[in-house]
Design a protein around this ligand. Structure first.
Ligand code: HEC
Length: 466
């Protein structure tokens, strides 16, 4: 009952916040009547930031209250699924907005016309057509004489992508850490230890990266190789602490955290300093912009590897590989290489080897992760044999009424109560049970290698229902 009251009160507060956010400009306007326009804009901007942060906080509290309400009831699984859906869609949407803007501005920078009829104070300009309109953009070398009142900032996309991603970590991995994060065959950890390591590693990753960026190394050609070695170390470390799927996600989350922290701690403060200097008519330190630009470029290279990691959960042949960390490292290089090629191309620098080498690396990964040559099979494996295995090893979770202590609803909606389902899903079963051995989850039900062979042979013989 208390939980319901808390939930309703929080809901009311949330509603009020949206109301305030909406009414805010007019309230401030009244309060700052005797001040100038600029003061007004600044106040609105700053307060908006606080309101958005408060809205996020209230939503998180509401989710926590909701969770307490359903904990231990049959609705727990259902609520988790819906939280997952909502958060995931938010995460993807903010991510598209952020990465889209990031790609766009790097492209813009690369495509600027820097020569023809460019005024002295400008770095370049560009004409574009989009959505049925002509656009003309100018980039200043440092800052305009007069900072315009309406200046668009790009930051909330980054913050909200990170926040929603962080929530996803809890929904998918941390709330259920014993099953989704820890693998006792990799390292015996309690849920709290594993979560501590997970979150701590995000902080450590950022601190190391940030320190490196402040050394002269950041501008030398050695930055990329050194950074790569460190990243491989992280990938290896995660693979030796978490279950393989969680290890991948943490690698992506670590890169994503660096990207968002770059925006929050470096790029935005540098831009604020630039704007303030320009407003006071002081010379703007061009180093600020350059340093922010460097971080922004790093972010640009991180995007494709991060995107790969975020979808990797659907591809057990990657995270399920014996040397999953090496596969991850190779795919990251390949993906960053593709981005490098695209960046060069936008600058009009055609390079013949970057793309083929990147493609070769990715192809090599596909080759290395191919399933090994199968062993001999006994003839005509019957469905009854397979069904016996599925019944003892899988339907604890994959049933419309699971008996597992953690999964109260069938994971991903996959059930094996009806034999036909196994046949329908035979390719996925092959992937998860035989090739990558990522099912049963953490081998909780103790499936033997012989049983995996029976499943493989049965599928190879055509998955017949007799
Ligand atoms: C301890 C619970 C548990 C057991 C036992 C288990 N699974 Fe799963 N299974 C899961 C969870 C959780 C997921 C979703 C997360 C994932 O894909 O890793 C899943 C996902 C799957 C998927 C992927 C479905 C998709 O849409 O991608 C397949 C296929 C699968 N399991 C097959 C099996 C088979 C076959 C067995 C028995 C040999 C089995 N599982 C035993 C928990 C379990």
């Amino acid at each position: 009952m208390l939980n319901i009251i808390i939930f309703v009160v929080l809901g009311f507060i949330l509603f009020m916040m949206f109301f305030i956010e909406h009414k805010f400009p007019s309230i401030v306007k009244k309060a700052s009547e005797h001040r100038d326009e600029e003061y007004f804009h600044e106040k609105v901007e700053v307060s908006r930031g606080f309101i958005y942060a408060a809205i996020v906080l209230v939503v998180v509290l509401m989710i926590a209250a909701l969770y307490m309400m359903v904990k231990g009831t049959p609705y727990e699984g259902h609520i988790m699924e819906w939280l997952n859906i909502i958060m995931r869609v938010m995460h993807v949407t903010f991510g598209i907005a952020w990465i889209g803007a990031s790609f766009y501005f790097v492209w813009l920078e690369n495509a600027l016309n820097r020569k023809d009829g460019v005024r002295d104070e400008l770095a370049g300009n560009l004409w574009a057509i989009h959505g049925g309109g002509f656009y003309y953009l100018e980039k200043y070398k440092v800052a305009p004489q007069q900072v315009p009142k309406q200046l668009h900032w790009f930051k909330y996309e980054a913050y909200f992508t990170w926040l929603s991603g962080f929530c996803m970590m809890f929904i998918v991995y941390y709330f259920n850490a014993k099953a989704m994060l820890v693998d006792d065959t990799v390292l015996k950890l309690t849920a709290a230890q594993a979560i501590g390591i997970g979150i701590g590693s995000l902080v450590v990753g950022w601190v190391i990266y940030d320190l490196l960026c402040k050394t002269p190394l950041a501008r030398s050609k050695w930055f990329a190789p050194v950074g790569f070695v460190l990243l491989v170390a992280f990938a290896w470390g995660y693979a030796n602490v978490f279950n393989s799927r969680a290890a991948y996600i943490h690698f992506g989350a670590m890169l994503g955290t660096i990207m968002a922290a770059n925006v929050f701690f470096v790029i935005i403060p540098a831009q604020k300093a630039m704007v303030n200097a320009a407003k006071q008519g002081k010379p703007v330190n061009p180093e600020l912009g350059k340093h922010a630009g460097l971080r922004s470029l790093h972010n640009n290279y991180f995007t494709l590897p991060v995107l790969f990691v975020m979808v990797s959960n659907h591809f057990p042949s990657t995270f399920g590989h014996q040397y999953s960390w090496a596969v991850l490292a190779a795919i990251s290089v390949g993906a960053a290489g593709v981005k490098h090629y695209l960046n060069l191309k936008e600058r009009g620098q055609y390079n013949i080897w970057v793309m083929p080498v990147s493609a070769l690396i990715l192809l090599a990964v596909a080759f290395v992760t191919a399933p090994p040559k199968p062993g001999a099979c006994k003839e005509n494996i019957s469905y009854a044999e397979v069904n016996a295995i599925i019944t003892t090893r899988c339907i604890q979770c994959h049933s419309s009424k699971p008996t597992d202590d953690v999964y109260t609803a069938p994971p991903n909606g996959v059930t094996y109560d009806i034999p036909a389902n196994i046949v329908k899903l035979k390719d996925q079963v092959m992937q998860r049970v035989v090739v990558t051995k990522t099912m049963p989850l953490n081998n909780k039900t103790g499936m033997t290698p012989e049983e995996r062979d029976v499943i493989r042979c049965w599928i190879e013989q055509g998955a017949k229902m007799k």
